[in-house]
Write a protein that binds this ligand. Structure first.
Ligand SMILES: C[S@@+](CC[C@H](N)C(=O)[O-])C[C@H]1O[C@@H](n2cnc3c(N)ncnc32)[C@H](O)[C@@H]1O
Length: 266
């Protein structure tokens, strides 16, 4: 039951944030370990922005498959990157991956946070990985976000409701810090943790893009939360308005706690 609710809540309604990501800026640890000629599976690839960077990095001797359970996103990915050789996109659910011992690296970024059974998903990723291959997961601990200065009360209330809305669907808000244990449970060895926290400061060129993510969450995920009875439309709209004003008038920085965790399949 929670898995059905989680699937509904995980649905992406706006893609501008994931479209703007690149391998180099948004999955740095993966960029470091990729080598020419590797085969890579990117699970929960969205519209394929990071996946395309993976394909460029593994080059003409490599092979990359991006999978996502949202057909609209896969359609966009196919359109966006149809000219990139040795890169294909498939509609697949992470719980039902049809691959066995096939890839040098199986990776998933910012996806397990949206699942009600992330351990099962991780086990499926391990199954798709070759012996001596690597699994690399990138994910957040949403309990550890830091905004400077404090965000308005209405936004604090929205954010607390957002975390409750997620955890009541079985999602783990602190999943980044639970990944190492989950990797051991999945039988992976040589588990390595690399902090990849997303830091945005108001002197940065891209500050608006990064900090606006939570205004967009209030705008789009907020509607789902209203429909699910977790917050009123008045509270949602107030949080969005106050947060946008805070961005323009007061915001100094935002830190999103993000870890890359990798392990080897025996
Ligand atoms: C926050 S987006 C991350 C996209 C991209 N990996 C990135 O880092 O920008 C989460 C993605 O996971 C996908 N997703 C969620 N549940 C999934 C599932 N059960 N199987 C496959 N993909 C899933 C969503 O459709 C969405 O594209």
């Amino acid at each position: 039951m929670t898995s059905h609710i989680a699937k509904e809540r995980a649905k992406l309604t706006k893609t501008s944030i994931i479209d703007a990501r690149t391998l180099e800026t948004s999955n740095k640890r993966l960029a470091e370990i990729l080598k020419p000629g590797m085969t890579v599976l990117d699970v929960g690839c969205g519209t394929g922005a990071i996946t395309c960077g993976i394909a460029e990095k593994v080059g003409s001797r490599g092979r990359v498959i991006g999978v996502d359970n949202n057909p609209q996103l896969i359609e966009k990915a196919r359109q966006n990157y149809k000219d990139v050789p040795r890169l294909t996109f498939e509609i697949q659910d992470i719980y039902d991956l049809p691959f066995q011992n096939q890839f040098d690296i199986v990776t998933s970024s910012r996806v397990l946070q949206w699942l009600s059974n992330p351990q099962k998903a991780l086990n499926m990723m391990v199954q798709a990985t070759k012996i001596n291959g690597f699994v690399l997961v990138l994910d957040y601990n949403h309990d550890k976000i830091v905004w400077e200065p404090e965000v308005p009360k209405s936004m604090q209330h929205f954010y607390e409701s957002f975390l409750r809305w997620r955890s009541e669907a079985g999602m783990d808000n602190a999943i980044a810090d639970h990944l190492p244990e989950m990797f051991k449970e999945a039988g992976l060895i040589n588990v390595k943790i690399t902090p990849q926290h997303e830091m945005a400061e108001n002197s940065d060129e891209e500050f608006q893009t990064h900090i606006t993510i939570w205004a967009e969450v209030a705008q789009f995920k907020g509607i789902q939360m209203v429909n699910d009875g977790f917050i009123s439309e008045k509270e949602r709209a107030q949080a969005e308005e106050d947060f946008r004003r805070w961005i323009n008038e007061r915001a100094k920085s935002q830190k999103m706690y993000l870890l890359a965790v990798e392990g080897m399949k025996k």
